[in-house]
Design a protein around this ligand. Structure first.
Ligand code: UDP
Length: 321
């Protein structure tokens, strides 16, 4: 029997890649998105497929899906610091009310649900690298609080549905991920640097650039999520690439990779910006037999090609108008 899966945030960066993966695995995929930050461009190629359908809907309000469901992936949420600063209430609602609605739907359909959590639950971590046992260091009323606390609530209510209702739940803690279909202007470091390098602008490093991140290529992340969904492990699992780099070195790497001759300019560090971030992926290795395979060099090349194509298209359209 063909399995049916609901993917929320389907028109977003991660959601659209997940739609592709489950379509390729032979599932019937129901994509849902309110298109607040997602774009239909990311899933346009799926519309002719019989096994794909799309619902334009905000999961913060009651979610109705006719028929049976085997799985639900909850990936709807603004996910870049700039986005959740601009949309703090929607960010809180989709992580809290949206998750509640999807857990209710999963219970009604007897479906297994996987929710997208984040390394942001660790806040500005005092434990390094971050293991799943670490409880985090989050400022609830800071600018990131709307995202971080919504995601922490999301984990709590998901565990409550698991223990109280016996629902089959999975929780993935996603670390910084990149790849084609990221929005060019979502304010994140990687799209900002690539966009700046391609369009001849100086690269904006926030603070002194000594803060670290660890970037995972999207196909690796999708593989980890796929394995987690099909596993029998209900506690949170970190999925990310432990290859850690300072943001300054990362900007330098992009300058040398693209061969551009721009320089780095320094701007104010946003409030509560985590100083370091690196996933401990022991659990993913042991439980899922998973580890990242795509190097930053290889991943950057694919992402660069995508950005270049999109920017060339934009520039050509501007030249005509
Ligand atoms: N950052 C930067 N320049 C930019 C955008 C981001 O130096 O133009 C920094 C940001 O302050 C953070 C890191 O890069 O320290 C990663 O930021 P991003 O927004 O990609 O994700 P975060 O991991 O903070 O959620």
């Amino acid at each position: 029997m063909q399995k049916r899966i609901l993917i929320t945030g389907a028109a977003g960066f991660l959601g659209s890649h997940l739609c592709d993966r489950f379509m390729a695995e032979g599932y019937e995929v129901i994509g849902m998105d309110n298109l607040l930050t997602g774009s239909l461009d990311n899933i346009q190629h799926l519309f002719p497929e019989k096994a794909f359908q799309f619902h334009h809907h905000d999961v913060s309000t009651f979610v109705h899906v006719p028929g049976e469901l085997d799985y639900i992936l909850h990936f709807a949420s603004p996910a870049s610091p700039i986005d959740y600063l601009k949309m703090p209430i929607q960010t809180m609602k989709v992580g809290s009310l949206g998750t509640h609605n999807l857990l209710g739907l999963a219970k009604a359909k007897n479906a297994r649900v996987l929710i997208a959590s984040t390394s942001e639950v660790y806040g500005d971590p005092t434990v390094h690298p971050q293991t799943e046992e670490y409880w985090g260091n989050v400022n609830p009323i800071g600018p990131r609080g709307v995202y971080d606390e919504a995601k922490r609530f999301q984990e709590a209510i998901t565990m409550a549905y698991h223990t109280f209702h016996g629902l089959e739940t999975r929780i993935v803690r996603i670390f910084n991920t990149y790849g084609p279909r990221m929005r060019l202007n979502d304010g994140r470091a990687l799209p900002a640097f690539l966009h700046q390098a391609i369009t001849g602008k100086d690269l904006t490093v926030f603070g002194d650039g000594s803060q670290t991140r660890s970037f995972c290529y999207v196909s690796d992340l999708v593989e980890g999520i796929y394995r987690l969904l099909l596993s029998d492990y209900h506690l949170p699992v970190n999925i990310g690439n432990p290859d850690e780099i300072t943001i300054k070195e990362f900007a330098e790497e992009i300058i040398s990779f693209t061969g551009c001759d721009q320089k780095i300019i320094y701007q104010d560090l946003p409030k509560d910006d985590p100083k370091q971030r690196q996933p401990d992926i022991t659990k993913a290795r042991e439980i899922l037999g998973w580890e990242p395979r795509v190097s930053r060099r290889e991943g950057l090349k694919k992402t660069y090609d995508y950005f270049k194509k999109v920017i060339d298209k934009q520039q050509a359209a501007e030249a005509v108008s």
